[in-house]
Design a protein around this ligand. Structure first.
Ligand code: NDP
Length: 484
């Protein structure tokens, strides 16, 4: 086989097939390989006319069909299958070739793989890809991490196939070395969890608290999509809420089982945040809310053996309804800013910890199109990081600080009603608690330090004197002992 293909794709399921077609549509000659050849045949049957494809039956044939230095993009099931494919490719590739893993890998796996491949002279790029099947076909948001050299080679190709923001710039940037790209993709997904949960909480508050129908709430989301909340997720929410089930004639949302699935990236975001000691309360509560939704036995028990609680109907009469809907919109916006701020804090902490030099403005910029959390206000986030006003937290950037400040009374009013009427809004309320924690000059953490020192001699610091102190708690009146 002659080495004619500019790039190769391994894995022709939903994502790999779409990415291959995207590459071909941009003029690239694409080698395609899939473990099960029937899938390759199927791909060729359906899409051969869309561009120049080079199908292969074996990995060796696939690699031989690539021009040098070779670029092979892996789009297979994350985990062991990815390791297997990397090994098969590396066995027949040469020094200087590039392997891109565009699947949803855990960033530590990417770090491990990059190290192993670098030792063999192969560039390994962990590239987060967001936007689902449609994004992969029409233009995803891409978050590659790897060597500068590999980025130089990949840049024109990735810029061609990535989504384009409204100003025409491609939604792809070199995030940093080794696992940086997959890390940023992981946090993207974590923020997506929080965003979706906030939208779901808004829906629940209107549905149960204001007794609105799904179609009416869909209309509200349509309106909200013309405000600062303009985003893909708000847009599709209106569509979901307007959908009527063909079989029953009921709103489809009422027919769907209320158990939210998850594939693990939200959980990774929270686990990693815990190990980096960065509070990501919005994302964590969103993951836990999905967890509770899936606790079937527990929820069935709570229905069979119910707890008493208040009537969920809010103390809002018909004339006040529109005003309260506006309160919910503002609460959603404020909570969303907190979730994004926390996600960016996690990226910053990882950047420090792993020595990645991540440009936050670039991250916000490449999330503006192609990905699931694409939203109008990412322009503002990007500007905030560029201006240096969001270095410590997005919450301090003037645009967001004044927005949160303006929305704060509404945010509080919504959480108050929700709590009084027993409608759970864990991301609204935890975001508000984070905000209030941040505002507090003194936190009760001083008491916790006292408790820790009493039961475990963990020591504490004083407000009036430098050093580390321990109190002999069981002997009242004894002076504090300065240990260091
Ligand atoms: P799947 O995750 O369903 O994986 C199926 C593909 O993996 C098939 O091509 C399959 O080959 C291949 N595969 C599985 N095991 C092996 C193995 N041991 N060796 C070789 N090939 C193997 O496909 P998707 O297209 O949905 O996703 C691909 C990647 O993209 C995943 O990592 C996913 O997490 C990620 N991703 C998916 C998104 C989505 O919206 N679906 C969005 C963003 C990222 P075979 O045909 O032989 O079974």
């Amino acid at each position: 086989m002659t080495a004619e293909a500019n790039v190769g794709v391994v894995g022709l399921a939903a994502m790999g097939a779409s990415l291959s077609r995207n590459l071909a549509r941009h003029g690239y000659k694409v080698a395609v390989y899939n473990r099960t050849y029937a899938r390759t045949e199927n791909f060729m049957k359906n899409y051969a006319s869309e561009g120049e494809f080079f199908p292969s039956k074996t990995v060796r044939e696939f690699v031989d069909s690539l021009e040098k230095p070779r670029v092979a993009i892996i789009m297979v099931k994350a985990g062991q299958p990815t390791d297997d494919v990397i090994e098969e490719l590396a066995a027949v590739m040469d020094k200087g070739d590039i392997i891109v893993d565009a699947g949803n890998a855990y960033f530590k796996d990417t770090m491990r793989r990059e190290k192993a491949m670098a030792a063999r002279g192969i560039h390994f790029v962990g590239c987060g890809v967001s936007g689902g099947e449609e994004g992969a076909l029409l233009g995803p948001s891409m978050m590659p991490g790897g060597s500068d050299e590999s980025w130089e080679r990949l840049k024109p190709m990735f810029e061609a196939i990535a989504a384009k923001a409204s100003d025409g710039t491609p939604c792809v940037a070199h995030i940093g070395p080794n696992g940086a790209g997959h890390f940023v993709k992981m946090v993207h997904n974590g923020i997506e969890y929080a965003d979706m949960q906030l939208i779901a909480e808004s829906y629940d508050l209107m549905r149960r608290g204001l007794k609105m129908t799904p179609a009416e709430i869909g209309d509200v989301f349509e309106q909200w999509n013309k405000t600062d909340l303009d985003s893909y997720l708000v847009e599709i929410t209106a569509e979901v809420l307007h959908k009527v089930d063909d079989k029953t004639g009921m709103p489809l949302v009422d027919v769907i089982v209320d158990h939210a699935g998850m594939k693990g990236t939200g959980t990774w975001t929270v686990q990693t945040a815990l190990s980096l000691e960065v509070p990501v309360t919005g994302i964590a509560e969103a993951v836990f809310a999905r967890g509770l939704s899936g606790q079937t036995e527990l929820r069935e028990k709570a229905q069979a053996d119910p707890f008493d609680g208040p009537d969920p109907k809010f103390d809002v009469d018909d004339e006040q309804r529109d005003d309260f809907i506006e309160h919910i919109r503002k609460a959603l916006y404020a909570s969303k800013i907190v979730a994004y701020a926390q996600g960016f804090n996690e990226i910053a902490a990882a950047g420090k910890h792993y020595g990645w030099d991540i440009d936050m403005a670039e991250v916000a910029r490449i999330w503006r199109a192609g990905c699931i959390i694409r939203a109008k206000f990412l322009d503002r986030i990007s500007e905030a990081f560029e201006s240096g006003t969001a270095d410590i937290s997005l919450l301090f950037a003037p645009y967001f600080k004044s927005g949160i400040q303006e929305d704060e009374p509404s945010w509080r009013a919504v959480v108050e009603q929700a709590v009084r009427h027993g409608i759970p809004c864990p991301v609204f309320s935890s975001s508000l608690a984070y905000f209030d924690g941040l505002r507090s000059k003194r936190l009760p953490a001083s008491l916790i330090q006292g408790q820790r020192d009493l039961f475990g001699a963990h020591t504490y610091q004083r407000v009036d004197e430098p050093g580390v102190f321990h109190t002999l708690w069981t002997e009242p009146g004894k002076p504090e002992i300065k240990e260091k």
